[in-house]
Design a protein around this ligand. Sequence first.
Ligand code: ATP
Ligand code: MG
Length: 872
Amino acid sequence: MTANEIRQKYIDFFASKGHTPVPSAPMVIKNDPTLMFTNAGMNQFKDIFLGNSTPKFRRATDSQKCLRVSGKHNDLEAVGHDGRHHTMFEMLGNWSFGDYFKTEAIDWAWELLTEVYKIDKSKLYATVFEGSAEDGTELDTEAREAWKKHMPEDHILLGNKHDNFWEMGDTGPCGPCSEIHIDLRTDEEIAKKPGAELVNTDNDQVIEIWNLVFMQYNRMADGHLESLPAKNIDTGMGFERLCMVLQGKTSNYDTDVFSGLISELEKLSGHKYHSGEDVDVAMRVCADHIRAIAFSIADGQLPSNVKAGYVIRRILRRAVRYGYTFLGFNEPFLCRLIDRLAEDMGGAYPELVAQKKLIESVIREEEMAFLRTLDRGIRMLDDNMAKNADTKVIPGVDAFVLYDTYGFPIDLTELIATEKGYTVDLEGFNAELQKQKERARNATSNEFGDWTEYHSGEDVEFVGYDCTTVEEASLIKQRTVKQKNKVYYQLVFDRTPFYAEMGGQVGDTGYILSASGEKIAILNTVKENNLTIHLAERIPQDCEGAFSLHVDTERRARITCNHTATHLLDQALREILGTHVEQKGSFVGPDYFRFDFSHFSKMTDEEIVAAERRVNQLIRSDYALDEKRDATMDEAKAMGAIALFGEKYGDRVRVVKFGDSVELCGGTHAASTGRIGMFKIVSEGAVAAGVRRIEAVTGAAAEDLVYSMQDSLKAAKAFFNNAPDLTGAIQKMVAENAGYKKEIEGFMKEKVAGLAASLSQNAETVGDIRLVRFTTSLDPATVREVAALLQKEAKGFVFAGAFEYEGKPQLVLMYSADLVAAGKNAGKDIRDAAKFIMGGGGGQPGLATAGGKNPEGLKEALEKMVETALAK
Ligand code: ATP
Ligand code: MG
C-alpha cells in the first residue's frame, strides 16, 4: 500500500462508522495566544472540548498536519537521530463529541489495525491508565475490559500518569489514555526478550503508534479535577509510523513518504544514504525539515525574526547547517527539493502545488542569507580562536554572541572548535542562555485565574457588523490575567458589538456601562478559543446586572475604511500586476494599513500611481457593501470569491463584495466605498523573496499626507524665491554647483602646486637632507596632497607636518623615494610620533598620516618626526 492509499483507508474506515471526514486545519495557528502551531489533531476542536462552541457533528475523522518544535511538545532535537520523530507529521484521528466512548474507540482501533490493515495481532500491545492517588483517579477498568476482548492479558500493560494521562495544558479538558504499541523486531529477537518489556523504553523498534484519549475531566486552576458533562474521544495515530509498519520497514525514512526526498538529496549531494552515520542523520534532517518549512510557508507563515516565523527560520537553519557540514552543500539546496515534495504530497495538499514558486523563492533567499551568516560566523570564530590561542578555550559569552546575534548554533561552534583543537566553555554558554530564557519568560509570562461565571451561555453573539452599541448585554464570565506583571480583567458578554482582533484587523476599544452607571474602559478585544474577550481595566462592582456596551465609533470608522481599502487595493493589484497577486498578510489599524502580497519584482513608480488611481476610482464609484454572512464554501465560490486555503472545515464563511471585488472576510467594512474618501500609498517594499508590502492611508490620514507633501514643496519653493518652475530651478542649481566644484578643484590644484613649490624653495638643509617643518592649520587632505607632490619631485627630501585642524592634532610624514629605498619607513615612524598626540595612524613607507586627541603634544611629535627622519 502506498502512503496515499494508507491515509485514504483510514478516512474511509471511519467514514463507514458514521464519521464525517474533515480536512486538516492549517498547521500555523493565527488566533490562539497559547499555541503557535497545531501540535495534535485535537487543536482544531479545542473550542468544542472547552464547551465554547457546539459541534456540527458528533463524529469526525481527519488527517491533521502537526508540528512539534516548540512549547509542550518539542521533538526537534530527536529528529534525524531516530527513525520515528518528525518536526512535521500527519496525525490520523477519529473524534467523538459526547457520542461514543471507550469501548467503541478500542473496538474500532482493533478492527482497523488487524482486519483492514492486517497487522499481525501478536505484535500489538496496549497500555491502560493505572490511576493516581494524587488526583484521586482509579485504574481504567473500562478500557482494560475492552482490550481483554482482543488481546491476551500479558499484552495489556498498566501505565502511570506521566504516560497514560493526557492533558491539554495546565488547565482544561483531560483524561486517561490508552496507547497502542507495536513490536517490529525479528522473531529471533522477540524470542530472546518479550516485547512487553520494551514498551515505553524509547526503543526504536518497539514503538507507540496510536494514542486513544478518553476526555472525561476538566483540570481547574487549583489542580483538582472535575467531571466533564460530555465525554469525548480524541485519537491520534502517527501516519508516517503507520506507513513504516505497513510497508514492512524499520524507519519512517525508508517509506515512500520520504524515499523520494532522500533520493533527490543523494542526487544533489553525490552522497549515498546509508553510507555513514553523519551523512544519514543529515539526509534525514533535511528530508524532514523541508516538509515542515514548505508547509508552514504554504500556510502563510514566512520565516522571520519573531515568534512563529523564528521557529521556522530555526528549522530551516538546522537543515542548512546539516547539509553544509555533512553533505557538502555551500549553495542553496533545500529549495531544490520542492519540486519533488510537491509531486509526492501535492495530491493530498494542493496548497503546496499552488504556491510552489513562492515557497521555492522564500526558501532560496533564506538559505542564501544563512550561508552568508555561516561564512561570517566562521571568520569570527577564527578571530576568536586567535585571541584565545593561549587557553584554547572559546569563552561562553563569545559562543553565545555567535549563537544569539549571528544565529550560529552552539554545536557547530563546538564542531569547528574541536577540529582546531579548541574547546567551548559550555557552562558559560548555558549560563548566558539561561539568562536569556529568563528575560524572555518575564517578558511573556501570563497567569490566568479561573473563570467566575455569572450567567450561562456559550456562543457569544457578535452584532458589530450592524451596530457599535448594545443597549443590554449580560456578563457571562470574568477572570483575572496577569501579563508582564500588569493585571487585566477578561470579560465575556452574551452579545457584543466589539470586534475581536482577527484576520489582521485590530480589536475594538471603547467602554461599558453598568446599570448603576459605572463606566469601565475596554482597552482591547481579542479572540481566545472562539470566545470574544474584552480586556477591561477593572471588574465591574455589579457583575450580575445588565450592561450597555459602546465601541469607540470614530476609531472603528477609520479601521473600517482601511479594511475596505485593502480589498480595493487587492483588486487593483490583480488588475495591474496580474492574477498571481495573492494576499499574504495584512494589518488593519485606525491610522494606516499594511497589505502583503505575492509579486516577484519591485513595483515601478508608474504601477504604484496606477494602483492609487484605480483604488481612488473604485472609491468614487461608491459601491455599496454587499455581504452574505452565512455562506457555504460553494455559495462563496459562486459569488466569485477567490478560493482561500486554510479555512476550517464546515465553517460558514462571510462573503464581502464591493463591485467586482469579492472576498471571504470576517472584518468590518464601510457601508460603501465612497466613505473611504481618499487613498494614498505611503511605501512599497520587500518583506521576503516574492512577497511585497504596501503601506497606505485613507480618509483624513490620506489628506494629511497630501498636505504634508504640499508643505515640503512650499518650503522648497521658498528657497528659490517661489520660482514657478521648481524642478527647472533645482536642475539649474545642481548644474551650477557641478561647475563650481570643478572650478574649486582647479583652484585647489593650483594652490597645492604653489604651496609645494614655495615649501620646496624654503626648505631647510640639514646635511644632505632638505627638510620642511609644516605647522600651518590646513585641511589634512590638502596637506597630504602637498606632501605627495613634493615626494614626486624632490630627492633627499623630508616633509614633517604637525598641525591642528578643527581642534584635532594632525601629523603628516613624507620621505622621498631614495630615502625609502635606503630603508626609511614613514608608516612606522609616524606611529612613534603619534604617541605624543595620543593617537595613531599609518600609511606607506613613503607617506603616512596620523590623527590624535592631544594638540598639546604637537610640538614634541614634530620634534620626534624630525629626529627620526634625520637619524642615520
Ligand atoms: P512519543 O512518545 O513517541 O514521542 P507521544 O506520546 O509524544 O509519542 P502523542 O502525543 O500521543 O505521542 O501523539 C499521538 C501519535 O502521534 C503517537 O502515537 C505517534 O504515532 C505520533 N507522533 C507523536 N509525535 C510524533 C513525531 N514527533 N513524529 C511523528 N509522529 C509522532
Ligand atoms: Mg512525544
